[in-house]
Design a protein around this ligand. Structure first.
Ligand SMILES: NC(=O)c1ccc[n+]([C@@H]2O[C@H](COP(=O)([O-])OP(=O)(O)OC[C@H]3O[C@@H](n4cnc5c(N)ncnc54)[C@H](OP(=O)(O)O)[C@@H]3O)[C@@H](O)[C@H]2O)c1
Length: 259
């Protein structure tokens, strides 16, 4: 069997870089390409720029070059809020988006560009990492820079679901920079886990676990056409049973998922 050619966008992001690293551990299974904006950032993170394309998801021509001949696309791009001038002592920090980097431009139009170009290139599967909270228009994250980030992310997910391409949409809870592979992962639907987390656990998950779910989504056929929320039990939770069976996880995801 020939290796699956996979393009990861947002590949210098905190989760995207982990996905690239994990996929590269299986060269017989995956031929991995990254899309990033900054060669310097790629050098710093990976040591060299081998296997990278450079460009911006707002520009379809870069995407066309990068997606040519690929089998699958992993979307890990996101608008990134920046802190405005450092707050005075006692004041809360204010965040905003750079011009051209607002959620409507990145999380919606940028994702739509990727989906459209992927469709034209004959891509078989798109794995998209999104965010929990998208059912609540009044979610505090939507107020950052008046960007409605979760609203635009959700619109892009809807666009993907209607595209006809096989999709896996992983809506993560709060992301943690903690070790992966040591927690039980819990899937849910439409933010129900935010409203009623089991045993009142925090609604969070390590980026490394999200990256592993992305890799497994590319492997497990039953990940196709699922859209689900995901959090984790804390590592020291006595009830936790570390997730190792990803076919079973995607079966649960399919059960809660709606198209
Ligand atoms: N933070 C949380 O707690 C949380 C919770 C749930 C879900 N999520 C979601 O999970 C996903 C991964 O989060 P993360 O924190 O790992 O991501 P991240 O580190 O913020 O990475 C975002 C990536 O998007 C890239 N990007 C932004 N605009 C771009 C453009 N116009 N063209 C090309 N690339 C562009 C950035 O490029 P550069 O590297 O060049 O900046 C960066 O690599 C995101 O969708 C995020 O919203 C986050």
């Amino acid at each position: 069997m020939s290796a699956k050619k996979v393009l990861v966008t947002g590949a210098t992001g905190r989760t995207g870089a982990l996905v690239v690293e994990k996929l590269r551990c299986f060269p017989e299974e995956f031929e991995v390409f990254g899309l990033a904006r900054s060669p310097a950032k790629v050098e710093e993170r990976f040591g060299n720029t081998d296997g990278f394309y450079f460009g911006d998801i707002r520009d379809r021509s870069t995407l066309e070059t990068a997606l040519e001949g690929c089998d699958a696309l992993v979307i890990l791009t996101s608008a990134v809020p920046k802190m405005q001038t450092p707050p005075q002592p006692g004041q809360r920090p204010q965040f905003d988006f750079e011009p051209g980097g607002r959620p409507e431009e990145v999380d919606f139009q940028g994702q739509v560009n990727q989906i459209d170009v992927a469709q034209a290139a004959g891509i078989e599967q798109i794995v998209l990492v999104g965010s929990m909270g998208g059912t609540n228009e009044n979610h505090p994250l939507n107020r950052i820079g008046d960007g409605n980030i979760l609203v635009w992310k959700r619109k892009a997910e809807d666009y993907l679901m209607q595209s006809g391409i096989d999709y896996t949409i992983i809506r993560a809870g709060g992301l943690l920079d903690q070790p992966g592979g040591v927690r039980e992962l819990i899937v849910g639907h439409n933010d129900e886990l935010l409203a009623h987390p089991p045993d009142d656990i925090p609604t969070s998950i390590p980026r490394a676990d999200v990256a592993e779910v992305v890799v497994q989504a590319l492997r497990q056929p039953n990940s196709h056409n699922t859209a689900f929320d995901i959090i984790s039990r804390p590592e020291d939770d006595p009830k936790a049973e570390v997730t190792e069976d990803f076919a079973a996880l995607f079966a649960q995801a399919a059960a809660v998922s709606v198209s």
